[in-house]
Design a protein around this ligand. Structure first.
Ligand code: ZN
Length: 280
């Protein structure tokens, strides 16, 4: 599932590739993808003839600002891909292509989603938070926003929950999921099941810094594609950060810090990877 670094990579690609372009035609073949609109017509009509002015990210949501005043919202869900194409034939459309925007200049923006948990819809900036309540309660963006250590410490103390679910709670921190929370906790030297109100001032700082470092590095390497290679950037390329994962999916391999074998534990239906030796 794409997390902050993957979505941010696509946002940056879109800034370069899609901004300034005018949407000439809209084709919808997967109605589940535009389920919020009930029918194709309002979706198609609100997009046709508009120009893309800019691209923002809120948590794991992409928001394309249009010159009509509307926003085109894209959520990749589990397996969604947003792909740029030269024209209708190049490259040949993939199976599970559900929405195609064709630009007046000839290129295309395609939304592909085999598992159809992702979605695409048009709304107004004013209605956005009522459409997606998750966005109204989104926590601080660990990449774009700055929080003081004092405030971060206060936040951790007030929650009194285990660190991993806390890092993954979108209402607390926006954009972290299963992969990056494991990587951040390893970097910080903290266990996934440490209770958030037991951290020392030094550990709070380490956690904050680890979050910044891991996200920055991951964005620099254009996100992570796992073995299924589901995550692709706008140009259909896999990310590169998986080569730098220090714990995720590395069960049994030696810890880069202490050489003890890394462990995998199922917590709440998810795999958690960590070093039982040097994460405390
Ligand atoms: Zn270790």
């Amino acid at each position: 599932m794409p997390e902050l670094p993957e979505v941010e990579t696509i946002r940056r690609d879109l800034e370069r590739e899609a901004v300034g372009k005018k949407i000439k035609t809209v084709d919808v073949t997967g109605t589940r993808t535009i389920r919020r609109h009930k029918t194709k017509k309002p979706f198609v009509e609100r997009l046709t003839g508009t120009k893309i002015l800019g691209v923002d990210r809120k948590g794991k949501y992409l928001l394309l600002r249009l010159d009509s005043g509307d926003v085109l919202v894209v959520h990749l869900g589990m397996s969604g891909q947003l792909l740029a194409a030269k024209n209708a034939k190049t490259p040949p459309p993939l199976k599970h292509t559900h929405v195609v925007l064709s630009y007046s200049t000839g290129g295309q923006l395609r939304f592909v989603d085999p598992r159809t948990f992702g979605e695409v819809f048009v709304t107004t900036p004013e209605a956005l938070e009522s459409e997606v309540p998750e966005l109204a309660h989104l926590g601080f963006d660990a990449y774009e926003q700055v929080m003081s250590w004092v405030d971060f410490a206060r936040l951790l103390r007030s929650k009194r929950t285990k660190l991993k679910p806390l890092l993954m709670d979108q209402k607390v921190i926006a954009g972290l999921g299963n992969i990056y929370s494991d990587e951040v906790l390893f970097e910080a030297g903290l266990r996934h099941d440490r209770t958030s109100d037991t951290l020392t001032a030094q550990e709070v700082r380490r956690l904050y810094r680890a979050m910044m470092d891991v996200l920055q590095e991951a964005i620099k390497h254009r996100g992570s594609s796992l073995a299924d290679e589901q995550y692709r950037d706008l140009f259909g390329e896999v990310g590169g950060f998986q080569a730098f994962h220090r714990v995720y999916d590395r069960e049994g391999q030696p810890c880069v810090r202490c050489r003890n074998p890394l462990v995998r534990e199922k917590v709440g239906g998810r795999s958690t990877f960590y070093c039982a030796h040097c994460q405390v």
